[in-house]
Design a protein around this ligand. Structure first.
Ligand SMILES: *[C@@H]1O[C@H](CO)[C@@H](O)[C@H](O)[C@H]1NC(C)=O
Ligand SMILES: *[C@@H]1O[C@H](CO)[C@@H](O)[C@H](O)[C@H]1NC(C)=O
Ligand SMILES: *[C@@H]1O[C@H](CO)[C@@H](O)[C@H](O)[C@H]1NC(C)=O
Length: 453
């Protein structure tokens, strides 16, 4: 075996105990607020679009969704981790189901999961304690902890964009344990990965429902209204008031990082995360001087730009951070914005009183992430670039210093993604993106459901 395994961080001793009924209650609030609750199983069809309502947890700034699974069905709240390769749930927390099946080593399920291990277990048999069952390494990407876990399948219910439910009788996922729950928002019992693997949500659902392998991400900035992930054909997303968001999207290739960025990986394994080719950064039209080598992914998989829903604020390598901050402050002074003492973890902060507000947030210098040719860029307005520290009357540039040699030079985080519509097409390996929907006088909380296309 040519297994090349990076070390697994040792498991923490403490574990968060989760009261199941509390989890269910929150979960119901999350789901029932916007969706019709018709309980209809859909037959396989080729124009299905599935939807994951996503709510921001105000305490942890994590993006949380929910599914129903098992027999009998129970609601499970999960962290949205778009780059992660598979779904995992806590199988130690009252996982009771008459329908789960461990994936036997060397089976086609294990091949699909691209598992490289075969697990045995001497404890009492259960969803995460089986013999001759293949394994994966579920990762809690909030605390960067990975453990081993069995691959199993079970009934999972997904919501359709039409308000129905769609049942997958044998959905493949992995098991985590209580030791993998630290740092996750209250009531959360696992994570759901939309990454680029065969058992990642887009590809697994695409083969079950015969739909296009793509998903769209639209995160709400408000903890009291849902954003969404859509999986499937799309092309017909309507936002109030009558805006077809799928039109007029910019596009840039999705790049495959040849080296896995996961907590545990094997030699030759590519990354399941979504990288894009930022070639320069402009602030109010002026290019920021950066070492362009950092924007490329090298042979070891280091460098480049990725999109992450588990990083609350965009994190950039130190030299890029310094340049961007310097140029931004200069452009801000030209706009008569008044600098004030920094509020951690941010560096460039300004008095709110010195900044006008606009439809797209505070009127601050515009940041463009430029891709390849100059005419493709992701424009970042104040609503996404700035973070309000209300009690101090301050707004700060919402960038954090990612250190001197981070694995990925630019990690575009949640705050910068909010109220932007992003469509990840795995078949063509293209990202289509809208920039701020506020510019079009709508938000990610304004999706209109219920109508057949
Ligand atoms: C796995 O096999 C061993 C050896 O036969 C046995 O002692 C153990 O109980 C089995 N574990 C499970 C979960 O069945
Ligand atoms: C996890 O890893 C990421 C990327 O290397 C890093 O930015 C982050 O600070 C780490 N988090 C913790 C809790 O160690
Ligand atoms: C640019 O970054 C690369 C990768 O970190 C580094 O090897 C190189 O020395 C840097 N170049 C300059 C001019 O700082």
């Amino acid at each position: 075996m040519h297994e090349f395994m990076k070390p697994i961080k040792s498991s923490p001793t403490s574990s968060t105990s989760i009261i199941n009924s509390m989890a269910s209650q929150h979960y119901h609030e999350l789901l029932l607020s916007t969706l019709l609750f018709l309980f209809i199983s859909l037959s396989t069809q080729s124009h299905e679009t599935l939807v994951f309502p996503v709510r921001k947890d105000p305490t942890t700034l994590q993006y949380i969704t929910g599914i129903y699974q098992r027999t009998p069905l129970v609601p499970v709240k999960l962290l949205v981790d778009i780059g992660s390769g598979f779904m995992w749930v806590n199988c130690d927390n009252h996982y009771i189901s008459s329908s789960y099946r461990p994936a036997q080593c060397n089976s086609k399920e294990c091949a699909l999961a691209e598992s490289m291990t075969c697990n045995t277990c001497n404890g009492s048999p259960g969803p995460n304690c089986n013999n001759n069952t293949c394994g994966l390494f579920p990762e809690n990407s909030i605390i960067n902890l990975s453990t081993t876990g069995d691959v199993i399948d079970d009934v999972v219910l997904f919501r359709s964009i039409h308000g129905n439910f769609a049942t997958v009788p044998h959905f493949l996922f992995s098991c985590g344990g209580n030791n993998l729950m630290e740092g996750l928002a209250s009531g959360v019992d696992g994570a759901v990965g939309f990454g680029r693997t065969k058992i990642g949500i887009p590809t697994q659902l695409s083969s079950v429902f015969n739909i296009h392998p793509q998903f769209a991400l639209c995160l709400s900035s408000s903890p009291s209204s849902n954003g969404f992930v859509f999986v499937g054909n799309g092309g017909n997303y309507k936002l109030a008031p009558g805006i077809d968001v799928s039109s007029s999207l910019m596009r840039t290739p999705l790049i495959i990082n040849p080296v896995s960025t996961g907590g545990v990986s094997f030699e030759g394994e590519t990354s399941s995360e979504y990288f894009i080719g930022v070639s320069s950064i402009k602030i109010d039209g002026k290019a920021v001087k950066i070492n362009t080598t950092l924007l490329e992914i090298d042979d070891e998989g280091v460098g480049g730009t990725k999109i992450s829903t588990v990083t609350p604020f965009t994190s950039v390598e130190t030299s890029i951070y310094k340049s961007v901050t310097r140029v931004f402050i200069k452009a801000a002074e030209a706009k008569k914005m008044k600098s004030v003492a920094p509020v951690k973890p941010f560096k460039a902060c300004f008095s709110s009183e010195s900044i006008k507000s606009t439809r797209v947030g505070p009127d601050v210098p515009i940041i463009d992430l430029v891709f390849g040719s100059e005419d493709v860029y992701w424009r970042v307005f104040g609503a996404n670039s700035m973070v309000e520290v209300k009690e101090k009357g301050v707004v700060c540039l919402g960038l954090v210093d990612g250190g001197l040699s981070p694995r990925t030079s630019i990690v575009i985080g949640g705050h910068q993604l909010e109220n932007n519509f992003l469509e990840f097409d795995l078949a063509t390996s293209v990202l289509r993106f809208s920039s701020s929907l506020l510019f079009r006088q709508t938000t990610c909380a304004n999706f209109y459901f219920g109508a057949k296309p």
